[in-house]
Design a protein around this ligand. Structure first.
Ligand SMILES: [Zn+2]
Length: 415
């Protein structure tokens, strides 16, 4: 009898291990279910070094799981602008500068539009969010949320954002976004940090913050980028078994480094502003990685749409110096937290490749570019009605039944 008990105890242990190791209903390849995709607009690797020269501690390149390099260019120029850059990152398509998530070929774009990673996430039932220090209609947030021929068409960009199904859109106040239109579209209109803090899980929100939210010192009513990122993550992850896709942009690394009026000069003020914008973005990266480490199922990718300023060490003191007044074609870094198998460490890839790495990690069958008819709006799938006979959650109910059977068996055996 002792021998039989021992065998049964071993059997029980094996069953427990099998149950623990069994995949959950939403587990994809590697178990990743959330993606935080972060874009330091205009951020080359040397912008991080410049920020360190200016006295800031920079977290993002401390201990990433991987560091690779993205080749940035657009369809019609080896130097991309932010609109085509965002299109490449969001849709896996190289389009012409100034265009947002539309095909570069005129004939093709009359009938077809490329699907963005945000739209595909919505179609998979994931929650989605866009967070930026830029205007909500800025080129980078727009590339992840709309399909518009020109980045300067703020009216169309805002209208499409409001008629889509993105849960959270947070950024700087945009004149094209009237409070009444925002509320009519079913979004809460947020103007202050307190509004953001009061937001409930499940509410859709359109944040229109009035201040220069890229700065480190902010007025009490303005949320920081890190705060917006952390709040978005917390709202998108709560009561959400299907995961989320969140794009976070630090727009002002580019804006402060792109100085076409003043030419190639390297003003102390310009250096200080670029460094501050890098640090603001880095604080948001920290918030994202902190969440990912606790969560264990979140992938954080940090990259840029292009380099700005042709920054490299120069002069007598060997400090980082600007050699261009605008965007360049230099490769930009791709930092990864939360996965060691996304690519080979040090790998060089096209900016259009990143979205497919996301797709692969989330276990999506689709690969980008994906063509949709013009005007297509991604809708979340209808919720599955659970009935007593429903077997919509087969693996879980099978494991539960097995567990109950094992418990009953041992109760009968031991008493
Ligand atoms: Zn840019």
């Amino acid at each position: 009898m002792q021998q039989t008990k021992r065998i049964l105890a071993v059997f029980l242990c094996v069953c427990c291990l099998a149950l623990c190791a069994a995949p959950t209903a939403f587990s994809a390849d590697g178990g990743i279910r959330n993606v935080i995709f972060m874009i330091g607009d205009g951020m080359g690797y040397n912008h991080l070094k410049l920020a360190e020269e200016e006295g800031f501690e920079i977290f993002m390149d401390d201990v990433p799981d991987l560091l690779g390099w993205s080749r940035t260019r657009s369809a019609n120029n080896k130097v991309t602008d932010s609109a085509a850059g965002a299109t490449a990152l969001a849709c896996g398509v190289r389009t012409n500068n100034k265009m947002l998530a539309v095909f570069p070929e005129e004939e093709k774009r009359e009938t077809l539009q490329p699907r963005s990673v945000t739209e595909n996430a919505i179609l998979h039932g994931m929650k989605t969010g866009i967070v930026t220090t830029d205007y909500t209609s800025g080129a980078t947030p727009a590339g992840f949320s709309v399909h518009v021929l020109s980045r300067s068409d703020a009216q169309s960009i805002t209208a499409q954002q409001l008629s889509g199904n993105i849960d959270l859109i947070l950024g700087k106040k945009e004149d094209a976004a009237e409070q009444s239109a925002v509320e009519e579209a079913g979004y809460r209109y947020l103007e202050t940090r307190a509004d953001l803090a009061a937001l409930r899980v499940g509410a859709r929100a359109f944040g229109q913050f009035g201040s220069d939210i890229w700065k480190l010192d902010l007025p009490a009513e303005a949320p920081s980028l890190a705060e917006m990122c952390a709040t978005a993550v917390s709202l998108l992850t709560t009561k959400n078994p299907k995961g989320f896709f969140l794009m976070v942009e630090g727009a002002h690394i580019d804006k402060n480094a792109d100085d076409s009026k003043d030419g190639l000069k390297d003003y102390p003020e310009k250096r200080a502003n670029v460094a501050e914008a890098v640090k603001t973005f880095d604080n948001a990266v920290r918030a994202a990685v902190d969440f990912a480490e606790k969560d264990g199922r979140t992938l954080v990718i940090i990259t840029a749409d292009h380099e700005t300023g042709n920054l490299y060490p120069d002069g007598e003191d060997g400090r980082m110096t600007f050699h261009s007044a605008s965007h360049t074609s230099a490769n930009v870094p791709v930092f990864v937290y939360g996965a060691r198998d996304l690519f080979e460490n040090g790998a060089e890839m096209d900016n259009t490749d990143l979205v497919n790495l996301v797709a692969e990690k989330l276990g999506w069958e689709e690969r980008f570019p994906i063509e949709d008819p013009v005007g297509f709006v991604a809708e979340p799938p209808a919720p599955v009605q659970e009935t007593p006979q429903s077997n919509g959650n087969k693996p879980v109910s099978f494991l539960l039944r097995l567990w109950q059977w094992i418990c009953d068996f041992f109760k009968r055996l031991f008493g």
